[in-house]
Write a new protein. Structure first.
Length: 253
């Protein structure tokens, strides 16, 4: 049986019109929060998608939030629109725009509001500035507030499967969604890698020689084998597709 699928989109570029032509409601659509868009655009798009019948999951980047008042305004708008899931990350900004330097305080604020399931990020290939033991402790703390986790984009089923097994042995029990790429052109992936946090996955692909050619060549890359590997493991709640707004590349097992 195919796992549930979530599709991640980037605001802008007439994305809603193109999405509607290829992905029908009530599909689950997650909306990124990139520094040059900001949380207002993310929340607004999530509200729009919810009104169109999609299950919208906005990303809130802690460092982009200017105040607690702004965060409460967003949670009210989302609740009124019927949005029930929020994915909370620290964000790519070096300096916070307001009081939140990382994701935990935002998760705590949302938990106090109530009514939302919050998700958080997991890192199968590590984090450039946080050690593995520290990451484990952070995940153990976050699962006390959050309901699910999504892995950073990864090109290897073996890496993902080993990672979720390690999480379970470390005591992380929340459902984990496997972050996988849709079809994307090499130049676009390289351009976006740093901004969307897939640098380690890209480096993994580069180290893998022929894997780089197969993964990043739009004429030959088929994500279905990766998805099948994830499904065979019976370890994941579903597949989180990094679509790069190319909906023809959504993987199917």
């Amino acid at each position: 049986m195919a796992l549930p699928t979530r599709v991640e989109i980037v605001p802008g570029g007439g994305v809603v019109d193109r999405l509607q032509g290829l992905v029908a409601p009530p599909a689950t659509i997650t909306v990124t929060c990139l520094p040059h868009h900001g949380p207002e655009e993310t929340v607004g798009l999530a509200v729009e998608l919810s009104g169109l019948g999609y299950r919208a999951v906005p990303h809130l980047a802690a460092r982009t939030l200017t105040s607690r008042r702004q965060l409460m305004h967003f949670t009210t708008r989302l609740a009124d629109a019927g949005v029930r899931d929020i994915f909370v990350i620290a964000g790519d900004d070096k300096d916070p725009e307001g009081p939140y330097g990382w994701s935990m305080p935002v998760m705590e604020e949302i938990a106090d509001v109530g009514g939302f399931n919050t998700g958080f990020a997991a890192y199968p290939e590590g984090h450039p500035s946080i050690s593995e033991p520290e990451l484990t402790q952070l995940l153990l703390k976050k699962q006390q507030l959050g309901s699910w986790a999504v892995t950073q984009m990864c090109f290897s089923g073996d890496v993902l499967n080993r990672y979720v097994a390690r999480l379970r042995s470390d005591g992380v029990t929340v459902p984990v969604w496997a972050g996988v790429p849709g079809r994307v052109r090499r130049t676009r992936l390289i351009a976006l890698a740093g901004r969307i946090g897939v640098g380690p996955s890209l480096k993994f692909a580069k180290r893998s020689g022929s894997l780089l050619r197969s993964v990043l060549a739009p004429s030959s890359y088929d994500p279905a084998p990766l998805v099948r590997s994830i499904e065979r493991s019976n370890a994941f709640a579903g597949v989180h597709v990094y679509s790069f707004n190319d909906f023809s590349g959504i993987p199917r097992a």
